[in-house]
Design a protein around this ligand. Structure first.
Ligand SMILES: [Zn+2]
Length: 243
């Protein structure tokens, strides 16, 4: 079969695309294609996690919440990953929340089915072990980044990371999410977005973010972008879909 006829080329989620064909075929009947809508809650704090999601497109946001109702983003998940790692790790709920930030679609699998079918040592299990480590790196690096790097640096890092996950230079983005991702007030978000726009790196209008100069963004971003990206490629790059 020539590559263009291979239906596996249409697998958009990179974890699923990295599976051996027979394992993907085995798991496919347990999954359904669903739309991931803006602000859709993928799992709620301290409530049983019903599904895991393998995004094909869009970006999900992992949020940590505090009593005041404020939320800060601690990680993102796009087509490189899976939403629902607590299920993989054996927990049926966590205090954090996962919410769809940039709409898209993905493959959904029931948490109970996932735990029954994705057993230790199986190909998806092994991939998810490495993905867990890559996501842990992302969260750890973000923690250092939030403490040590400027809002402008973090803003640029986040735009580059999101572009990689969305696969496009333009995506919808609300000020509310921008504030959550940076862990700052909305007024500060407007200020930093205006500064980066004045430098000619982005345009942000009517809730739509357009990246105009990714080299400029890379030069302004801190090193955290490259570190996290390199670790994803190092850990999962042996699987063709990630290289
Ligand atoms: Zn940083």
């Amino acid at each position: 079969m020539c590559a263009s006829q291979n239906p596996r080329n249409s697998i958009k989620n990179r974890l699923l695309a990295a599976l051996p064909p027979e394992e993907y075929e085995r798991l496919l009947p347990y999954m359904e294609l669903v739309s991931l809508d803006f602000k859709q809650i993928l799992y709620a704090p301290n409530e049983p996690i019903q599904y895991v999601y393998f995004p094909n497109s869009g970006v999900g946001s992992l949020l940590s919440l505090v009593e005041s109702g404020d939320a800060v983003e601690v990680g993102t998940v796009g087509n490189e990953g899976m939403v629902g790692l607590p299920v993989f790790l054996g927990a049926n709920s966590i205090p954090g929340e996962a919410i769809q930030q940039i709409p898209g679609e993905g493959m959904r699998m029931g948490a109970d089915v996932f735990q029954r079918e994705v057993t230790p040592g199986s190909p998806l299990y092994r991939l998810l072990q490495l993905y867990t480590q890559a996501l842990f790196n992302l969260i750890a690096q973000s923690s250092a980044c939030n403490r040590l790097h400027s809002i402008e640096q973090r803003f640029c890092r986040w735009m580059l990371m999101t572009r990689d996950r969305v696969g496009a230079d333009q995506f919808p983005l609300t000020q509310e999410f921008l504030a959550q991702m940076l862990g700052v007030r909305r007024a500060s978000v407007s200020e930093v977005a205006a500064t980066i726009a004045r430098a000619g790196f982005i345009s942000y209008k009517y809730g739509k973010m357009t990246l105009l100069d990714t080299e400029g963004l890379e030069s302004t971003s801190c090193e955290c972008y490259a570190i996290v990206k390199r670790e994803f490629e190092r850990l999962l790059g042996g699987n063709s879909a990630f290289s």
